[in-house]
Design a protein around this ligand. Structure first.
Ligand SMILES: Nc1ncnc2c1ncn2[C@@H]1O[C@H](COP(=O)(O)OP(=O)(O)OP(=O)(O)O)[C@@H](O)[C@H]1O
Ligand SMILES: [Mg+2]
Length: 314
């Protein structure tokens, strides 16, 4: 089943096109990483998908129903974690969850059970009666996520949920996402942290300036950019004979010697690391090996000429 199907969406703010003919789809059970720098249009896309803003043209189907025509029904099955934390600071953790649970029609024993289970899921069972103003940023974010999960949505949409929070909460959140996905929840996850996408999502959509510029698995995207692979070897006795032998391997573009370090540039995907090591071993001990493969960051750089994160955020 296609959980989200976006066709040709356009959203303008005055003269500025925030979404410029965007197409993409998510299948049931997927974790999709939506990656893009500031201002790419990620939040705008999420707001369009959840009926928060109107779009100018195109079509959106969620759960194979037209979003505009079935908005109320569709929204009842979505959990949305917005970019800004939205919780009530004058309600306890438990009361926050009760509030959101009631909005989704939960009452009585079911509500009680869901509130307890969801607090436990995000690791806040021991903090149920506390006010979130006493919480760390990471705990507030976990409560915020719980509020989006109390009604057991089929689709969870998260807009940069790990920005500016401590490593422990971040790992907790990533683990919670994996757990929910194993139970069948489809997840759209927005971030500008490449490592998170690589560890969570099989498929990645990259946005920039209102466009989708890449869509595929991490491996597919990396193999699309015909980047080079760098191999660095530190060996006992790097002789000229060995260098000559290395240069004869197919797909090897360059072999150089800097001190005792052999620097090799190979065509990416040629699988040359094993061949290089086999030859090097014939000539003595190998002290160290480093192989650098192109990453999603390289894909992004190649496609846009920009880095994903602004320098001051690193
Ligand atoms: N309400 C609005 N009015 C005018 N312009 C807007 C509005 N909302 C967003 N924009 C513009 O649309 C573009 C996309 O913004 P959006 O918030 O979707 O980006 P984003 O990818 O979520 O960025 P970030 O990573 O910073 O959250 C930006 O140029 C932004 O300035
Ligand atoms: Mg945003």
């Amino acid at each position: 089943m296609t959980v989200i199907h976006v066709e040709n969406i356009v959203k303008r703010y005055g003269n500025h096109i925030a979404l410029d003919h965007v197409d993409f789809a998510i299948n049931e059970g997927e974790i999709l990483g939506l990656l893009g720098p500031n201002g790419a249009g990620k939040t705008t896309l999420i707001h369009a998908l959840t009926g928060i803003i109107r779009f100018d043209s195109g079509r959106i189907h969620v759960f194979e129903k037209n979003l505009v025509q079935h908005l109320v029904d569709i929204k009842s099955q979505i959990g949305l974690v917005t970019q800004e934390i939205t919780i009530f600071h004058d309600l306890t953790a438990k009361e926050n969850l009760q509030f959101f649970g009631r909005i989704y029609g939960l009452r009585g024993a079911t509500l009680k059970e869901r509130v307890e289970a969801t607090l436990a899921l995000v690791g806040l069972a021991g903090h149920a009666s506390k006010l979130p103003s006493k919480f760390s940023g990471g705990m507030q974010r976990r409560l915020n996520i719980a509020c989006a999960l109390v009604h057991q949505p089929r689709l969870l949409i998260m807009d940069e949920p790990t920005v500016g929070i401590d490593a422990q909460s971040r790992n907790y959140i990533l683990d919670t996402i994996r757990k929910l996905n194993k139970q069948g929840t489809t997840i759209l996850y927005t971030t500008h942290y490449i490592e998170e996408v690589q560890s969570l999502a099989k498929r990645v959509v990259i946005m920039d300036e209102g466009h989708i510029i890449a869509d595929g698995t991490v491996e597919e995207l990396v193999s699309k950019i015909h980047h080079e692979e760098k191999i660095k070897l530190e060996i006992e006795d790097p002789s000229e004979t060995m260098l000559k032998k290395l240069r004869r391997i197919e797909g090897i573009k360059q072999v150089g010697l800097i001190g005792k370090e052999v620097h090799i540039i190979s065509q990416a995907g040629a699988g040359n690391l094993d061949r290089v090591l086999a030859i090097a071993r014939e000539f003595g001990k190998i002290y160290s090996v480093e192989a650098e493969k192109p990453s999603l960051e390289d894909v992004f750089l190649t496609l846009t000429g920009k880095r994903l994160r602004d320098a001051e955020e690193e």
